[in-house]
Design a protein around this ligand. Structure first.
Ligand code: NAD
Length: 396
């Protein structure tokens, strides 16, 4: 089948297996070209098929030589229909890991469900014994609470008042003003239930109860702070409440794991193009301006660069992990540099539909968006007939 992108807003309903495989290989190569990391031996990544989670799996495996278990939602190929990019990414990862002689396994299922946790615990016990790093990188729009059966939806809304700012349709380049009504108390509660730390805590509890968490184990999850421009919709909005909860959970888990010599961190990461961030109003325009400034300064990073730096210069640099006053790892340091933010703010004030292509890196944003689904990747023949049916080896 000839596979072309089919988009609906910020969603692409098709994915290209060869493009995804090449994207994964490029990340693997990036890591292999760099000094090895004295890092974890056996790693569980929850939310492992895209974005920061996939990058963490790649850095752990190819940077530190770790065995890995990746958890992600199933999306098996069907005749005439493509799978998700995450499925193709995971297939490519599994193959590369096998070639490198690393053990790797995939657990497919809803990470929020107890049966997925049980499956992962059982697999770790059987194949690896224990894990010494747990990366929690799930980003989702909804979660069903296993205790109550209730389904929560997360929303991206400001709090306290209406938020008005510029936004872009990144397909057309049209810059418009958007006004977003504040989230309600119920919406905030649900967003915290989806994107806060509850499920991270449940995973650690399940791993500990199952006896598969090694003494001295580390766990990390991801947060975001970002610029003044996006504060009302992000950090001070409903999702910010969820990140506050996640950060509080890290403290709790730090105490819990401290008893076995372990540690828990939230790492505040850089804003970049992923399936999750493209869904947030205003953020794609901010990221387009940010990419422009950071690329010009030679300090632009994607998921893999951020993650390699996180492992090599923070988590496994030897010695105490540097954290901010709130105990968080900061790998958003370059994004939040004063000169970067000043220049982004200047672009922000000036950007319109007419000048967006010159002032910002919208072209780079768009390209990376399509690359998330395996498209616009150099070296792939998009006119060639490809089989959308791809197996993920070692998937349970
Ligand atoms: P992403 O969309 O690229 O990846 C999300 C992952 O979660 C995928 O592997 C997906 O398969 C998995 N997933 C989603 N729902 C699942 C479910 N029910 N069961 C199993 N797996 C599921 O997202 P991302 O941007 O890499 O986000 C990861 C974390 O990083 C989030 O906490 C996000 O808030 C944070 N973060 C993102 C940015 C950014 O700009 N993208 C910046 C800072 C922090």
């Amino acid at each position: 089948m000839i596979i072309k992108p089919r988009t609906r807003g910020f969603i692409c309903t098709t994915a290209h297996p060869a493009g995804c495989a090449l994207q994964v290989q490029e990340q693997v190569d990036y890591v292999k070209e760099r000094p090895a990391i004295q890092g974890p031996r056996n790693v569980l990544v929850i939310g492992a098929s895209a974005g920061y989670g996939l990058a963490a799996r790649i850095v752990a495996a190819f940077g530190a030589g770790a065995n890995t278990v990746g958890v992600f939602r199933a999306s098996e190929s069907k005749p005439g229909r493509t799978s998700s990019a995450g499925w193709y990414n995971s297939a490519a990862f599994e193959k590369a890991a096998a070639q490198a002689g690393l053990k790797s396994f995939s657990v497919t299922g809803d990470a929020f469900m107890p049966e997925t946790k049980a499956k992962a615990v059982e697999l770790i016990r059987r194949e690896l014994g224990q894990v010494d790093l747990v990366v929690y990188s799930v980003a989702s729009a909804r979660r069903t609470d296993p205790a109550t059966g209730e389904t929560y939806n997360s929303v991206l809304k400001p709090l306290g008042g209406t938020y008005t700012n510029k936004t872009v349709n990144f397909h057309t380049g049209e810059v418009t003003e958007i006004s977003i009504e504040p989230g309600t108390e119920q919406e905030t509660k649900e967003t915290v239930a989806v994107m806060g730390g509850e499920d991270w805590q449940l995973w650690i509890d399940a791993l500990q109860a199952g006896g598969v968490l090694a003494d001295g184990a580390t766990t990390i999850s991801y947060s975001y702070i970002g610029s003044q421009i996006t504060q009302p919709i992000y950090r001070e909005g409903t999702i910010g409440q969820a990140k506050d909860h996640l950060e509080a959970t890290a403290k709790q888990l730090g105490d819990q794991l401290g008893a076995i010599g372990g540690r828990a961190f939230v790492t505040v990461s850089k804003g970049l193009v992923t399936q999750s961030s493209s869904a947030i109003p205003v953020v794609p325009l901010y990221i387009s301006a940010l990419y422009k400034v950071m690329k010009e300064k030679g300090i632009h990073e994607g998921c893999i660069e951020q993650t390699y730096r996180l492992f090599s210069e923070r988590l496994y640099a030897g010695g105490e992990v540097p954290v901010d006053a709130e105990g968080r790892i900061r790998i958003d340091d370059w994004e939040l540099r004063e000169d970067v933010q000043r220049e982004v703010a200047e672009l922000w004030a000036a950007v319109t539909t007419d000048n967006i292509e010159q002032l910002t890196d919208l072209a780079g944003y768009r390209k990376e968006f399509f690359q998330l689904f395996g498209f616009e990747t150099e070296g792939v023949d998009y006119e060639a007939d490809v089989d959308p049916m791809v197996d993920v080896p070692n998937a349970y």
